[in-house]
Design a binder for this molecule. Sequence first.
Ligand SMILES: [Zn+2]
Length: 183
Amino acid sequence: MRLTADGLLVEGGAAESSVRYVPSPNCDARPAGMPIELVVVHNISLPPGEFGGPGIVDLFLNRLRPEAHPYYAGIAQLRVSAHFLIRRDGAMIQFVACAQRAWHAGVSHWRGRERCNDLSIGIELEGTDEMAYEDAQYARLNALLVLLKERYPIVAVTGHADIAPGRKTDPGQAFEWSRIKYQ
Ligand SMILES: [Zn+2]
């Protein structure tokens, strides 16, 4: 894998062919001159606790049908995204180029600063707070962090719960921070 100048992930060879770019409209420009200093780790599963379906992509592309599942009625109107999604098998989807601001953090603060979307990259792991993440997800996350740290002045990798305490709980107790090589 490698990153283009705009921060799009592209495949490095056949062995890493499981990278797709599915552009989300839910993004905009970062504030001018704003360095990317933070990576925010999230989890998501749609419907909650179910893996592998189209729900996450549909949500980030604003095409989630509220009638498709009882849970969807409450979230279908959201306009959200993340830069990356890492599926249970390690397959990865990019929704927003890193140069752009994805809408993943919401109301948040980090080291005295607010609106973490301005300065961060959001990575969603397909999962829940309680269920152990897959080895393939840690491997892919670590590989991605290496690339991001080579490109951007990242100083921390944190969880959504850490920048939005009381409002968010992801990536949850199941996430093993000790397995992240680059904090
Ligand atoms: Zn989150």
